[in-house]
Design a protein around this ligand. Structure first.
Ligand SMILES: C[S@@+](CC[C@H](N)C(=O)[O-])C[C@H]1O[C@@H](n2cnc3c(N)ncnc32)[C@H](O)[C@@H]1O
Length: 324
């Protein structure tokens, strides 16, 4: 019998699940033992692969009938039935039901509240996922004792990468400095456990161009490299309070979205980890770099600890870790 190929998405409703590729990259990268199972889920839901469907239905038979079984079967057969009520939240719920992983469970429960407003396909694209995991890997080499201290993440978006950093490092505070107020809610919600732990994680509404570094405190100079800045955030009682941010590491994975003034303002001696890219054709990108050398020139450091690039499907991403 001639084998039919199952590599086309037929059901329109399932054409918008590109975040599944990023989750696959994550499971590949972490060598998760259920990677093959996940690939079957992708093949079944996105392409209607009958052998994948057979194995997954078999799994549901083994697990037994639960409240959501019918919905899971609707998802599994969607490419053949044309089931149109497929969405990010439902597919994530099924993935979290099948794959034993804390990060996926967190994305699934967070998506119940945010899947209509957060850009899942952009945030969990293969390129985004690979770029973040690459950063975590290189930071592990830079901080072998795992102690980072305080992180200021400029333009940290939904800051889902914070979970990997909390898992791998000893972090005192993680401040996501974001100009987009919705990203503040979304990232605070994703990281709610650390947020509820006395703001170990907290997103703060600020345009990073407006950060003013201070070198004096209590009438005396602070040590070089220990400069800080002050931000404002609303606490649980609804009161606007001032926070002194003393970053040991400044991360900026959104350099292509802003001019260089954030970098120019950072005092010498501060540790920075930045990523940018050559994705000029993306209309949101106002400040890309031709190549890695152009990035090194644009963001000068007194000591470059790491510089490198990775190739993703649509662009090259550059990363520099160093001391300014
Ligand atoms: C599309 S996202 C992030 C893309 C990036 N590649 C990443 O994965 O982190 C860009 C983020 O930068 C934020 N942003 C851009 N300019 C900013 C600024 N001047 N201050 C604070 N946040 C900024 C935006 O609000 C947005 O959340």
């Amino acid at each position: 019998m001639k084998q039919r190929k199952y590599d086309v998405i037929i059901n329109e409703a399932a054409k918008n699940l590109y975040w599944m590729n990023g989750i696959e990259s994550y499971l590949e990268h972490t060598q998760h033992e259920q990677l093959d199972e996940y690939i079957k889920i992708k093949r079944a839901i996105m392409y209607g692969n009958p052998w994948a469907i057979r194995d997954l239905v078999h799994n549901e038979i083994r697990r037994g009938d639960v409240k959501l079984t019918k919905e899971f079967l609707n998802l599994l057969f969607n490419q053949h039935t044309g089931y149109s009520e497929i969405n990010h939240r439902k597919v994530l719920q099924y993935v979290a039901h099948s794959i034993d992983n804390e990060y996926i469970r967190k994305i699934a429960s967070w998506s119940i509240r945010w899947s209509q407003r957060a850009l899942l396909n952009d945030h969990f694209s293969r390129g985004q996922m690979e770029s973040k995991l690459w950063m975590v890997d290189e930071l592990k080499r830079v901080f072998p004792n795992k102690k980072i201290g305080t992180i200021a993440h400029y333009g940290g978006w939904y800051a889902t990468v914070a979970q990997h950093l909390f898992e791998n490092f000893d972090i005192k505070n993680y401040w996501n400095l974001e100009q987009d107020l919705q990203c503040i809610q979304i990232s605070d919600d994703f990281n709610y456990e650390h947020k509820n732990n006395q703001w170990q994680f907290k997103a703060i509404g600020v345009d990073v161009k407006d950060i003013h570094w201070r070198s004096r405190r209590g009438g005396s100079d602070v040590d070089g490299g220990s400069e800080y800045f002050v931000c404002k955030a609303t606490n649980v009682e609804g009161k606007l309070i001032e926070i002194d941010v003393w970053p040991d590491l400044i991360i900026n994975t959104s350099c292509e979205h802003m001019d260089n003034s954030w970098h120019q303002a950072i005092p010498d001696g501060k540790m920075i980890c930045l990523q940018t890219n050559d994705y000029f054709s993306n209309e949101q990108h106002t400040n890309c770099c031709e190549d890695l050398e152009a990035a090194v020139e644009k963001y000068p450091m007194s000591h470059v600890i790491y510089k490198g690039e990775i190739k993703t499907e649509n662009y090259k991403r550059f990363m520099i870790i160093g001391v300014k």
